[in-house]
Design a protein around this ligand. Sequence first.
Ligand SMILES: [Zn+2]
Length: 302
Amino acid sequence: MTVIALDVGGTQIKTGVLAPDGTLTHGERWFTRAERGPDAVIETVLACATELTRRHAPAAVGIAVPGLVDEAAGTSVFAANLGWRDVPVRAWLAEELGLPVAFGHDVRAGGLAEARRGAGRGCRSFLFVPVGTGVAAAVVLDGRPLLGGRGFAGELGHLVVRPGGEPCPCGNRGCVETLASASAIARRYRRATGGEEVDAEEVRRRAEAGDRAASAVWSEAVEALADGLAATVNLFDPERIVIGGGLARAGEPYFGPLRAALAERLTFREAPPVVPAELGHQAGCLGAALLAQDLRTGPAPR
Ligand SMILES: [Zn+2]
């Protein structure tokens, strides 16, 4: 059966169509334009889903959204970059489209996709950790992303690794995200040098070229992430750690030091392999599509 999927982000809504043979075709992207306010974003999501439904006559719809998500209730509890609070996304979409709707968290949907079709294949348990503007995680146990008591599991980016450190938008201080995200790397480098704003990739290039401020910021980012990963490994003992998001594209200059820093922190055990994600930007959309397919068929056997 054919299903359609939407991966709603702060900037864009990615869309896809999953054919009965398992092929995902990417559809057009719609702009979220969150500055118009929460109701306008909901209208855009409904319009996008309606258009996809008209074109593809799907049997079900999958949607993944960021932020705090109550998957059981089908509600976006809080999504700062969409302006949403307690939005009953699943019920509204189902009513608008007259179709079954699967609703999930973007990172957990990405983790599900990596579990079935990406770098988590063959693992019963692994961590999927996208490192981009923020840092998040899906803790995949027995092939399924852990939801937690209220659907909030996986906030690796908000583990405090530098008590009393830099303030984090979450209200705490010294979270992993304040050092390890791509935006933190850019911000901290600019602060250290007083110069122009450059992105994390450029900071890495400058570090490799011998820029001391860039090296320091890059190392601090790697160490903060390793602190968060070590804590998570000690709790869940994953077989593998799959790193996604923009920073994973840096390759060995990122993965080499990260593996070393993790091994150093896991004093009484071997570190699990740390590998790059395989699905890139597709992961969330594919995950949402797989959730929709599962509505009709049940989860694929492992
Ligand atoms: Zn935080």
